[in-house]
Design a protein around this ligand. Structure first.
Ligand SMILES: Cc1cc2nc3c(=O)[nH]c(=O)nc-3n(C[C@H](O)[C@H](O)[C@H](O)COP(=O)(O)OP(=O)(O)OC[C@H]3O[C@@H](n4cnc5c(N)ncnc54)[C@H](O)[C@@H]3O)c2cc1C
Ligand code: FES
Length: 239
């Protein structure tokens, strides 16, 4: 695994992709890592940084797909070329990409790590599900993607033939994928304040042990972890 570094990086560009924003930074000395790994992005004026999956790694840049759901993500989506952010990573355990017959599966903003995975894995088949056609515009970032819009669910499109599934999406989707494909590699989420194992904010129960999702995950194989219930972050309430 490449060593994580923390650097202040300038925004190289920002484009709307449906409801999401693709935010690109100058890469500097940072390593892009492997698909499924994440970076902590820290904005001035916010106490804690936030985790984001590496989405694309064009030459000299790092790209992140952001869903504007709260104060930090909304601010990130408004950043302009030349503005600076602290970028720390790559962090966590990514997907194993050296698998036979891979199938990428994404739901909503869970599409974020899949463009980079697709690029490094030679454009394998992909199934992506979204709430609306506007959300589904993000599918253009993943070549060869079959897209479904609710009420059709991604699990309805997963073929019966055995495939090595790499999936990222909302918790219910991950549970449904696990039920169909028990050895799928699944990208889980928990609130993360440090991203490197120091704060214990991301502890989840996994296979009867307490693990830090930022260190052991976010990609886990096997039984789904028991995740914390989130009802709006303290910072969101304060802001
Ligand atoms: C490893 C990892 C990778 C991620 N990659 C991406 C990505 O590529 N693109 C992206 O847009 N988002 C990603 N996220 C989620 C993103 O970090 C959160 O949405 C972000 O922290 C929200 O910050 P905020 O200040 O905008 O909103 P906050 O006020 O922090 O949160 C807004 C709402 O989202 C909920 N929330 C916050 N964090 C999480 C979480 N981790 N899981 C579930 N609900 C949460 C809160 O409870 C609240 O209701 C990732 C999370 C993890 C753990
Ligand atoms: S985010 Fe701090 S220990 Fe995982």
């Amino acid at each position: 695994m490449p060593a994580p570094r923390r650097e202040r990086r300038k925004v190289a560009g920002s484009e709307r992709v449906g409801v999401y924003t693709l935010l690109r930074f100058e890469r500097g000395g940072l390593d892009a890592g492997i698909p499924g790994q994440f970076f902590m992005l820290e904005l001035p004026g916010h106490v804690v940084p936030r985790p984001f999956s590496i989405c694309l790694a064009p030459k000299g840049e790092l790209g992140f797909l952001i869903d504007p759901v709260g104060p930090v993500t909304r601010e990130l989506c408004e950043l302009e070329r030349g503005q600076e952010v602290s970028v720390f990573g790559p962090l966590g355990n990514g997907f194993r990409t050296d698998v036979d017959r891979p199938l990428l599966v994404g739901g909503g903003i869970g599409v974020a790590p899949l463009p980079y995975a697709s690029q490094l894995m030679g454009k394998p088949p992909a199934i992506l599900g979204f709430r609306t056609r506007h959300h589904a515009e993000a599918a253009k970032l993943v070549p060869k993607a079959e897209v479904c819009i609710e009420p059709t669910l991604v699990t309805e499109l997963i073929p019966a033939v055995p495939m090595n599934v790499l999936a990222c999406g909302p918790e219910p989707m991950l549970h449904a994928v696990h039920a169909l494909v028990p050895d799928a590699q699944l990208a889980w989420e928990a609130p993360m304040a440090c991203g490197f194992g120091a704060c214990y904010g991301c502890v989840v129960e996994f296979e009867s042990k307490s693990v830090r999702l930022c260190v052991e995950g976010p990609i886990l194989n096997g039984r789904p972890p028991v995740l914390p219930v989130l009802n709006g972050s303290e910072e969101e309430k304060a802001e």
